[in-house]
Design a protein around this ligand. Structure first.
Ligand code: SF4
Length: 437
């Protein structure tokens, strides 16, 4: 429970969990002006912190969550669902309200990147996407060189919609292709074939998109090393500027998980095969001109995703829409995951009512994040950046961990810091967990 504007509240303890382990508390104030609350014995002033965030010189990074899909894929545990036109319309209206009622954002605040993620943002109609971008232009200053990305699924945008998206300023597409064999796509429950994905890619090119990412997944049930190498070769043949390649994780609660338990899935590749696929991906793509810049991301020179690089290098960001997380003004918070609740709150409109898990990041949490997000980047973390951000030497905080991990061969010193070795990447979950203080 968060007290209303101006009232100093008591810290309820349970609603102040550390970063990465969000609490389940719900904002209940109805004022959008601001409020104070105690968190871990300190006063948290949302409004002041947000003003501080918007006053920074760096442009704002904006994430918009579009939680709609044509059909739920069998492996998916993202916040997404099939919904009819009426619900989509109500959601877009609510999203517009959230954008327009950012009370702490001064006019002309510059934007660095915008990312439409989902779900399937390309399911929205042109006029809906246009209205969202108009609202962002009205509320912020979106320069011509801002990176504006949109996630698209094959079969959800024809040439007319693609042209319209390009004209409204969207300049980067991320196409969810996932696999290059029809049998694999069917098993995953995707709505498209390989041919339809290729067609979508070509239509996007014709519409003028010169910066396209393809999402792929390895370690699929029944997939052989050869299947994966064929997938990569096919993807490279299309000539995208960027490739994201993740290993499939069978998430609890998904249909895939139940199928796995009941033995209805073909066997998933062994861990060793998964690693071989991963290493091959890096080597193969490097030979084709794609530089790996993050554990799962590869790009042609100058085509790394600016928006995601911001996350990994500890830049703050603002999320709109259900489930969207924000890290702004030294705070972290997420919007409610409940679509009806979100729409109801925006009808008032009451921005704070949808904020959940509001938490002021401690210095310790910021350092942890700096390390385990930064180490995901192939460049690693910079000693100089650590010192300038925290006023401490990296060795003073992490000296023992660094020594131990260098001895273990999972990280290696660089000119100005450390980075993961190949062995470190293989066991990155364990390596990164060591940086929790
Ligand atoms: S298209 Fe993406 S977000 Fe939608 S159900 Fe499939 S995996 Fe999930």
């Amino acid at each position: 429970m968060i007290p209303a504007a101006g009232a100093a509240g008591e810290c309820t303890g349970g609603d102040c969990l550390p970063v990465h382990f969000y609490s389940s508390s719900r904002n209940t104030v109805t004022s959008v002006v601001g409020y104070v609350r105690k968190t871990r014995g300190r006063v948290l002033n949302y409004s002041e912190n947000m003003q501080e965030f918007f006053q920074k010189d760096a442009g704002v990074r904006i994430y918009l969550h579009i939680p709609f899909c044509v059909r739920k894929c069998l492996y998916c545990d993202f916040l997404s669902m099939p919904q009819g036109e009426e619900t989509r319309e109500r959601y877009v209206n609510a999203l517009l309200c959230e954008i327009m009622h950012q009370g702490d954002c001064p006019p002309g605040t510059p934007v660095e990147t915008i990312f439409f993620g989902g779900g399937t943002p390309s399911i929205l109609e042109e006029r809906q996407l246009d209205a969202i971008l108009d609202a962002l232009h009205e509320r912020f200053c979106v320069p011509r060189d801002a990176e504006i990305s949109l996630e698209m699924n094959p079969g959800t945008a024809d040439s007319e919609k693609l042209r319209a998206m390009r004209e409204m300023g969207i300049n980067r597409l991320s196409i969810g292709v996932q696999a290059m064999h029809d049998g694999e796509l069917k098993l995953l429950g995707r709505i498209h074939t390989v041919e339809e994905a290729r067609e979508a890619f070509q239509l996007a090119r014709k519409a003028g998109f010169e910066n396209i990412n393809i999402d792929l997944m390895s370690a699929l049930p029944g997939q052989t090393f050869r299947d994966w190498s064929d997938t990569l070769a096919e993807a490279v043949g299309w000539g995208p500027e960027h490739i994201s390649a993740y290993s499939l994780i069978i998430e609890p609660g998904t249909p895939f998980s139940a199928m796995y338990e009941s033995g209805d899935l073909p066997p998933v590749p062994e861990e060793e095969t998964d690693r071989q696929m991963y290493r091959f991906t890096g080597e193969y793509l490097a030979g084709k001109g794609y530089r790996q810049y993050e554990i799962s991301n590869y790009a042609k020179p100058g085509r790394a995703c600016r928006h995601n690089t911001g996350y990994w290098t500890g830049q703050e960001y603002l999320g709109f829409g259900i489930g969207a997380a924000s890290c702004a003004g030294g705070m972290r918070f997420s919007n409610t995951r409940d679509l009806q609740e979100y729409v109801r709150a925006m009808a008032i409109p009451d921005i704070l009512a949808v904020r959940t898990d509001l938490h002021r990041l401690t210095e310790r949490e910021k350092m942890e994040e700096f390390m385990f997000l930064g180490l995901r980047m192939t460049a690693g973390v910079s000693r100089t950046a650590f010192a300038s951000r925290f006023g401490k030497q990296i060795e003073d905080v992490y000296g023992e961990v660094l020594q131990k991990q260098i001895r273990q061969g999972v990280i290696i010193p660089t000119e100005d810091g450390v980075r993961l070795t190949q062995r470190g990447v293989d066991v990155s979950n364990y390596v990164l967990a060591d940086y929790l203080l």
